[in-house]
Ligand binder design. Structure first.
Ligand SMILES: Cc1cc2nc3c(=O)[nH]c(=O)nc-3n(C[C@H](O)[C@H](O)[C@H](O)COP(=O)(O)OP(=O)(O)OC[C@H]3O[C@@H](n4cnc5c(N)ncnc54)[C@H](O)[C@@H]3O)c2cc1C
Length: 459
């Protein structure tokens, strides 16, 4: 007797042809993201190119009760894309059209598979840029689905603040448009932001209307180094509390800095706790912001600012920051990495980071600290020893760091999302009643539970 998934595959193949594949290599590629969760292959991978195709695949899978797991570039870090119950991996990476750019209104509409770096390459000649910059070259659809951010969020907001509207294919195959092009609207429920952060569990995002920003007249970057991690963190808190509108402020502890020096060949830097800054604005405002930040850093014993004013030097600095994850993995070849993603109110940042530093020391594991600290968000990349108890020790450390962040009024994830890895913390963070309301939203939009099952909720 044929399985429901076989019937679904046959029906999808009728209109996708060879874009529906059961090739073993492609199924393996879609069995995991950049995480340590056990991989599970989908039964098939469907490469769609339009919203209408997304709707047709979903309608068929809904009829047959077959799971559908959207797949952007597979860079997520919590097991998000693993099809734990098999079914169809719905790959949007061929949806790469920038559909329109409205320079006068500073917005654009893209298909979900466009990546943030491709979009910025497309926009550069028009004096515009899209600021949300996760370290991986993720798809805009995946970034919406995980509610991503990056180094620029402290000044320009996360993807949530930069999405104006969406096209979404629902579980039953209907395709809807949410939001619009205007900067604000007071009409109806905010469905756009319901889908942002829904991790492929409520619908498949196929097109996105985005806010854009003007490339600033002037930009400058700097690094400064400290004897202690505490001094670096106190500098961040003081800079943010002083209201200096930094574009980026990133912290790297001594271990992470050592890893970046080795991996990215950073010259003139020492393996010490380090802050990376970037300032945007007019020539005058950039100079003013930089002077204020330098004064504050000096009062916490910074070893002097080193400026990177040329575009090439700035790019090298930020490339090194974006490659921090790979630099960590290169520290111990053969180890996998679990990235924690805790976030706390800025006033509690020192407690959270210094507490994490103590936890890491007590664990005996290597876990560099790096973070978008201007938002109160920091990561530790816990290197998992390839020993039988390695993964258990790593998760134990992860739990301690999360528990402290929650106790300080924070969240278990500032930007990576829940996926599989953070499900157990949701009830503590949001409360049982709130979680029950989230579940009822899920049931309303996806009554048969076909969309990315096994994610966000524990069961
Ligand atoms: C080196 C490195 C650095 C990173 N740095 C950052 C960082 O600074 N900030 C940050 O936020 N994240 C970061 N990440 C995590 C990752 O890049 C983000 O989570 C990103 O948003 C995932 O996008 P993606 O296209 O790879 O999505 P995928 O991994 O393919 O999918 C992620 C989730 O979204 C769903 N999904 C994907 N596309 C759609 C769609 N069109 N419609 C509905 N659901 C969809 C999937 O089902 C899955 O649940 C980093 C990852 C790596 C490997």
């Amino acid at each position: 007797m044929s399985r429901p998934v076989d019937a679904a595959i046959a029906a999808i193949r009728e209109f996708l042809g060879e874009r529906l594949t059961t090739n073993a290599g492609l199924r393996e590629h879609h069995s995991h993201g950049q995480d340590t969760q056990p991989p599970v292959s989908p039964d098939a991978v469907a490469f769609i190119e339009t919203s209408e195709e997304a709707g047709r695949v979903l309608a068929i899978c809904n009829t047959h009760g077959v799971p559908v797991v959207p797949f952007g570039t597979g860079s997520s870090l919590e097991g998000h894309v693993t099809p734990v119950r098999g079914g169809i991996s719905l790959d949007l990476s061929r949806m790469t059209q920038v559909l329109e750019v409205n320079a006068a209104d500073m917005d654009c509409r893209v298909q979900a598979g466009v990546t943030h770096r491709t979009l910025n390459a497309h926009l550069r000649d028009q004096g515009l840029f899209f600021p949300v910059d996760p370290g991986a070259d993720a798809s805009i659809g995946g970034m919406c689905a995980t509610r991503a951010s990056g180094t620029n969020a402290v000044r320009y907001g996360t993807i949530r603040e930069n999405v104006l509207g969406l096209t979404v294919a629902l579980a039953d195959g209907r395709v809807i448009r949410t939001g619009g092009r205007v900067r604000k609207s007071a009409t109806g429920y905010d469905l756009t932001h319901l889908f942002v952060g829904s991790e492929g569990t409520l619908g498949v995002i196929t097109e996105i209307q985005l806010r854009l920003h003007g490339i600033p007249e002037a930009a400058s970057a700097a690094i400064c180094q400290f004897e202690t991690l505490g001094d670096a963190v106190e500098t961040v808190i003081a800079v943010m509390q002083a209201g200096i509108p930094v574009a980026r402020i990133e912290l790297l502890d001594d271990v992470q800095m050592g890893a970046c020096i080795a991996y990215s060949k950073l010259e003139d830097a020492l393996p010490l706790p380090t802050l990376f800054f970037e300032f945007h604005g007019t020539e005058a405002s950039v100079a003013e912001q930089a002077t204020s930040a330098e004064e504050i850093a000096g009062s916490f014993g910074a070893r002097g600012f080193r400026w990177a004013t040329g575009q090439e030097e700035r790019n090298k600095l930020w490339r090194a920051r974006h490659d921090a994850y790979w630099a960590c993995l290169a520290l111990k070849p053969g180890h996998k990495g679990i990235a924690t993603d805790a976030i706390v109110p800025i006033s509690r940042l020192a407690e959270a980071i210094l507490g994490a530093q103590d936890d890491i020391a007590a664990s005996g594991l290597t876990a560099p600290i790096v973070g978008h600290v201007g938002d109160g968000n920091f990561h530790t990349v816990i290197l998992v020893p390839p020993e039988p108890d390695g993964i258990a020790r790593a998760w134990e450390l992860d739990k301690k760091i999360v528990a402290r962040a929650l106790a300080l009024g924070g969240s278990c994830s500032g930007e990576h999302g829940v996926g599989i890895g953070k499900r157990e913390f949701l009830e503590v963070e949001h409360g049982a009643e709130t979680l029950a309301v989230m579940r009822s939203v899920k049931t309303t939009l996806d009554p048969r539970g076909i969309l990315n099952p096994g994610k966000i909720f524990l069961n």
